[in-house]
Design a protein around this ligand. Structure first.
Ligand code: NDP
Length: 328
């Protein structure tokens, strides 16, 4: 029986366990494309899955890892042939469908996108779910109609994965970027990505007024909770905040004041089930708009064996930028 190496989460009465072992290929789930995974990434949700801090895994045993790049080994899908290089993010992979921290994955071909021209498989995972989500946030702000002429843009959780890519993309698009972080020692890093000013995240994390002095026209928020409430309260009239994360919390202790008195918009971003056409557009834009030197500066690479120990670290805000998992 062919096997491959994988991290596996199992659930017992005492709680869940995570271990690295051989996995039977016959136990892969249904899908019309089998991929030899070459790279994966470490995302906040992978931290939740591996530690069990939040019930994101809804099937056991589960191979964690919500994104990968790799080479097609076998395909019954009309669009993919053996040898094609592909990228996957979302669709419940690593949550309800066996995931990416493994040498092999079997998924629906409709979930894949071809590796965008101009990116290597490693660079695609340096971007990963977090960077792709940052692009979806930028696209949502543009669709809303806010522009750099309207005022600055703020990014929260700026030293993290979504945040680092968001800073680089917004700066490239001409925005005056305010980077909110709890890590004062990352000022040089954030400025090298394109941040114009650093905002101490403590200014935003305590509960504030329903309406505050108008400070930014746009924002990308990876943090949620009171931080998002304060972002909305200080958004200029007719501005917008794209909200994608919950690193501070899932709650939103806000009021309708920013919406009804300033016409502020809250744009929700869900990267998991974004339809294929929009996915490809986002990846094509990432390939052409994200400075690859900046991407390299925000990337750390670990081995497949090492990623199993990094769940707690990402949840504690202890990883900077993006972490690529080198599988092959
Ligand atoms: P990271 O851990 O890389 O980044 C999160 C950052 O948030 C940290 O680096 C830290 O930045 C900041 N942070 C952490 N804890 C707190 C806190 N208690 N209060 C305020 N800020 C905090 O995670 P990712 O970039 O991978 O993901 C960010 C968020 O976006 C997560 O909540 C994730 O689940 C969500 N997400 C959602 C997606 C969607 O489809 N909606 C897709 C991808 C991600 P700093 O040290 O600079 O302050």
């Amino acid at each position: 029986m062919p096997t491959f190496k994988a991290w596996v989460i199992e659930k017992a009465e005492a709680g869940q366990s995570l271990s690295f072992h051989d996995f039977d290929e016959a136990d892969l789930m249904d899908g019309d494309v089998t991929v030899r995974v070459t790279h994966s990434g470490l995302n906040y949700k992978d931290g939740l899955a591996m530690t069990g801090h939040s019930p994101v895994v809804r099937r056991f045993p589960m191979i964690p890892g919500i994104d990968f790049s790799g080479v097609v080994e076998a395909s019954d899908h009309p669009e993919y042939r053996p040898g094609d290089t592909v990228v996957l993010t979302g669709w419940g992979v690593g949550e309800t469908h066996l995931g990416a921290y493994a040498e092999k994955a079997r998924v629906k071909g409709d979930w894949l996108v071809p590796l965008p021209e101009g990116l290597s498989p490693a660079q695609a995972m340096a971007i990963g779910t977090a960077g792709y989500t940052a692009m979806l946030c930028l696209m949502a702000l543009e669709h809303h109609g806010v522009t750099p002429k309207d005022g600055p843009a703020i990014v929260t959780g700026a030293s993290g994965g979504v945040g680092s890519v968001a800073v680089a993309l917004l700066a490239r698009a001409g925005w005056h970027v305010l980077a909110s972080t709890g890590r004062a020692d990352e000022e040089d890093y954030l400025k090298s990505l394109g941040a114009a000013e650093i905002v101490d995240r403590a200014q935003l994390s305590e509960s504030g007024k329903p309406l505050a002095k108008e400070r930014w026209a746009a924002g990308i928020d990876a943090v949620g909770s009171t931080t998002l409430a304060n972002l909305l309260a200080a958004t200029k009239a007719d501005g917008a905040i794209a909200a994608c994360g919950l690193a501070q919390g899932m709650d939103l202790p806000s009021s309708v004041a920013p919406f009804i008195l300033r016409g502020v918009s809250l744009l929700g971003i869900n990267s998991v089930t974004t339809p294929g056409r929009k996915r490809r557009e986002a990846w094509a834009r990432l390939a052409s708009e994200l400075d690859l030197d900046k991407l390299a500066a925000m990337t750390t690479t670990v081995s497949l064996l090492e990623v199993g120990g990094l769940g707690e670290r990402i949840l504690a805000g202890g990883t900077r930028g993006r972490t690529v998992v080198q599988v092959a």
